[in-house]
Design a protein around this ligand. Sequence first.
Ligand SMILES: NC(=O)c1ccc[n+]([C@@H]2O[C@H](COP(=O)([O-])OP(=O)(O)OC[C@H]3O[C@@H](n4cnc5c(N)ncnc54)[C@H](O)[C@@H]3O)[C@@H](O)[C@H]2O)c1
Length: 254
Amino acid sequence: MKLEDVRAIVTGAASGIGRCIAIELARAGGSVVGGDIDLEGLKELETEGFGLSGKIFGIKLDVANESTVKNFVEEAFTKLGYVNALVNNAGILRDGLLINRDEEGWSRKLPTSQWKKVMDVNLSGPFFMAREFAAVVIERNISPSLIVNISSITRAGNPGQSNYSASKAGLDALTRTWALELAPWGFRVAGIAPGLTETPILGYVSPEVQAEIIAKIPLGRMAKPYEIWQAMRFIVECDYLTASTIEVDGGAMF
Ligand SMILES: NC(=O)c1ccc[n+]([C@@H]2O[C@H](COP(=O)([O-])OP(=O)(O)OC[C@H]3O[C@@H](n4cnc5c(N)ncnc54)[C@H](O)[C@@H]3O)[C@@H](O)[C@H]2O)c1
């Protein structure tokens, strides 16, 4: 697919990686509907998009709210005329150990609400989005089309990230499942698993933990959002790529 032919929904487009993907797609001539719970961030995204070759529209979206996703997808098709790409990027961190014991012997179990919040946004959200997107694409005979899921290298499992790691491993399973199920209708489905990347989500990771992670990265630094975009660009342009998740992690091993 050519970049200028992309008409994409990008979730979590108000910040970080999603914002970079939206801007770079529009710079390359594609058009984007960015969805996010952060309305201020969406306004800034639209402003940043003025003057680029393609258009960017921001529409409020909570990917975890099943009842509103269908309307959002329909609105995106109306705004862009048609949509041929979905980037499931919105994601959150709410880290915590399964059992956390302090020196006095008090222990705290990972709360169910903390488990569910991350699974709702990071795993159920992409499911709701892809289901509605695929249904309309198939109904309208739009082909080729593309779904890109933003996973994480911590999908392999990482202490303190029961919820996050499981959600991202699940998302990888969906990448492969949808690639196989939807190929007959002209879909490609791929994933990107970034390592530590310089975005506002790192506000949830202490500077000490960030430094520990960076010390284990062979390239000695975090990724920049633009470097995740470079993988996205490759996925868009390589028409033979499907069912794979590309790791962009500076060589980090988990
Ligand atoms: N930054 C990293 O180190 C890193 C590493 C690996 C994977 N990732 C993944 O990359 C993706 C983007 O993260 P980022 O680093 O750009 O973080 P970010 O916090 O900068 O951006 C995430 C965006 O998602 C939005 N969002 C959160 N909940 C939402 C919901 N329910 N509905 C719609 N939008 C919602 C936020 O408002 C925000 O704009 C996430 O899926 C994240 O898990 C990030």
